[in-house]
Design a protein around this ligand. Structure first.
Ligand code: SF4
Length: 232
């Protein structure tokens, strides 16, 4: 039987179970943890948005160190981040790489939210396409970052596509796609549900780290029999 995106989701879910993305802190200064949350606080929504910007071109572990620094200094809020000196902010997020550029982007994002919406919740609580268009118009926010904010901080039903997703689609289905095409392909046939999309993205990342690495571990991979790349 051929594989479609919903069947792929089922196989990933069966193998790994729910991942509880996106990791956020339950305490203002606490470490981020992975678990299902019914409701997010404003601080958690901002933590997700800032994390999504910090992890651009950076391993999550390095973005996490930068986030921990911001929490330790008690500056992970719209007022403090938008008002902070760029150089100082860059120093706090150095571990995330491209820190001057990211400091500038963070300041602009927080300033925009503060001035135009007052809170991340108000920014994200409007219709999906309107918020997505606005996010994409902001400096340094591309589709992956915008969709991460929309899905994980805003609870919108949209799938995040990253390099892992595109690599998996290319190998399993033999299709090379850009962001939008890959997103449509993976969302097609999958129930439009933010919890499912959260888990689908998280499961793809988990699979990419354990099996479908740059040099893939096809032999033990449970997708082997359905994968175009492995069958070749
Ligand atoms: S069989 Fe190999 S190429 Fe295919 S999904 Fe698994 S690890 Fe990736």
């Amino acid at each position: 039987m051929s594989l479609d995106s919903f069947a792929l989701f089922g196989l990933l879910q069966h193998r790994f179970s729910a991942q509880g993305w996106w990791p956020v802190s339950d305490e203002p200064l606490g470490p981020a943890s992975y678990k299902k949350r019914l409701e997010l606080t404003e601080a958690q929504r901002l933590e997700i948005c800032v994390g999504a910007m910090l992890t651009q071109n950076a391993a999550w572990s390095n973005a996490e160190k930068a986030l921990a620094n911001l929490k330790r200094r008690r500056v992970l809020d719209l007022d403090a981040l938008s008002a902070m000196n760029s150089k100082k902010l860059g120093g706090l997020i150095r571990s995330a790489g491209f820190f001057n550029q990211k400091a500038d982007r963070l300041k602009r994002f927080c300033g925009h939210v503060k001035k135009n919406h007052g809170s991340v919740e108000r920014l994200l609580s409007r219709p999906l396409l309107i918020v997505r268009k606005e996010l994409l118009s902001l400096h340094g926010i591309g589709p992956e970052t915008a969709d991460s904010m929309l899905l994980y901080a805003g609870g919108h039903s949209v799938l995040v596509v990253d390099a892992y997703s595109r690599r998996l689609v290319q190998r399993v289905f033999g299709k090379t796609m850009d962001y939008d095409a890959c997103q449509s392909f993976l969302m097609k046939g999958v129930p439009t549900d933010s919890e499912i999309f959260s888990d689908f993205h998280a499961l793809i990342v988990r699979h990419a780290k354990e099996f479908c690495r740059v040099t893939p571990a096809c032999e033990p991979c449970f997708l082997r029999k359905k994968c175009v790349f492995a069958r070749k």
